[in-house]
Design a protein around this ligand. Structure first.
Ligand SMILES: NC(=O)c1ccc[n+]([C@@H]2O[C@H](COP(=O)([O-])OP(=O)(O)OC[C@H]3O[C@@H](n4cnc5c(N)ncnc54)[C@H](O)[C@@H]3O)[C@@H](O)[C@H]2O)c1
Length: 278
């Protein structure tokens, strides 16, 4: 089977979930290069999944690939998109919070004919939001509910000295817009990024985060109103088997995006008979 060559940036939990999906063999993609700020993690992934990928720098990784997946950390996103543009390949960005800090990247990518793929992550309903935008939306609100340990270490909690370990009742720990939420909880509300990019933007999208000691799962509720009527979706997520802070559906959305990207790339190659030239 013809396969799209993929570079992976960040070899943690989502990286491992992608490897598990690739191992099944029905995805027309293969990992050819791995980059992680902690080289040992890249080597471990390479060994564990017998990938035969090259462990190398970001620049070397994108030079070998037809597509790059960022599943590292918000702070790595600008470098990955810049590298993808430099190598003339499309990318998938899992750390959507990092894109919100650099909105100029969308235009730079467009100007260079590069597609930045954004996963739906742990959220359902983006299809309806996208459609509703055609006639305009008045309001979009995301309410995220997580067990306290799923929010531990978030910059907003640390900076404001908020201790969630001893709470016995659900507590609203944050209310603001999606841009503020991305900075305050960069590892927790990537879904707010996806929702705002598809919908009315990060300033108008409202976010509420609730720490709930009784919750055993992460849930996201989206409420939107517009010319179309009203929409309400609730997604109740099992945590990823490898990371309590992350929802399993987020990893599955990465796999689904990779599959779509690989199918699109291989159709493109079939038409052109060659890798895209810049
Ligand atoms: N879009 C979504 O809905 C969604 C859902 C869950 C997680 N995420 C995001 O996806 C990313 C990966 O999640 P994860 O659970 O796999 O995290 P993880 O912590 O398990 O793995 C991250 C890996 O990236 C590496 N890393 C850190 N900084 C780096 C850098 N600057 N350059 C290269 N590598 C670097 C780490 O060493 C680690 O191996 C996180 O940013 C997370 O917030 C997004």
């Amino acid at each position: 089977m013809l396969k799209m060559k993929v570079a992976m940036v960040g070899c943690g939990n989502i990286g491992a979930d992608l490897c598990i999906a690739l191992q099944k063999g029905d995805l027309p993609a293969e990992l050819v290069a791995l980059y992680d700020i902690d080289e040992e993690r890249a080597k471990l992934l390479n060994r564990s999944f017998q990938l035969n990928a090259e462990v190398c720098s970001l620049e070397e990784a994108v030079a070998k690939a037809d597509f790059v997946i960022e599943c590292a950390v918000a702070g790595a996103v600008k470098d990955v998109v810049d590298a993808a543009i430099g190598a003339h390949i499309d990318c998938l960005i899992m750390s959507v919070s990092g894109l919100m800090a650099h909105p100029e990247l969308f235009e730079e990518a467009r100007n260079n004919n590069i597609q930045i793929r954004i996963p739906s992550g742990a959220l359902c309903g983006l299809d309806g939001i996208r459609s509703a935008m055609e006639a305009g939306l008045h309001s979009v609100t995301l309410t995220t509910r997580k067990p306290p340990k799923g929010l531990a270490g978030a910059p907003y909690l640390v900076e404001n000295g908020i201790d969630l370990e001893s709470i016995t009742e659900p507590k609203v720990v944050f209310e603001g817009n999606a841009l503020e939420a991305a900075a305050a909880f960069p590892a927790n509300v990537n879904v707010a990024g996806a929702l705002s990019i598809v919908g009315i933007g990060p300033i108008e999208t409202k976010v509420r985060i609730i720490a709930d000691p009784r919750a055993t799962e992460n849930s996201h509720e989206v409420c939107a109103e517009g010319a179309f009527g009203r929409l309400q979706t609730t997604t109740t997520n099992m945590p990823s088997p490898r990371n309590v802070k992350s929802s399993y559906l987020a990893s599955l959305s990465a796999v689904a995006e990779l599959r779509a990207a690989a199918n699109a790339y291989l159709s493109y190659c079939a038409e052109c008979g060659a890798k895209r030239q810049g």
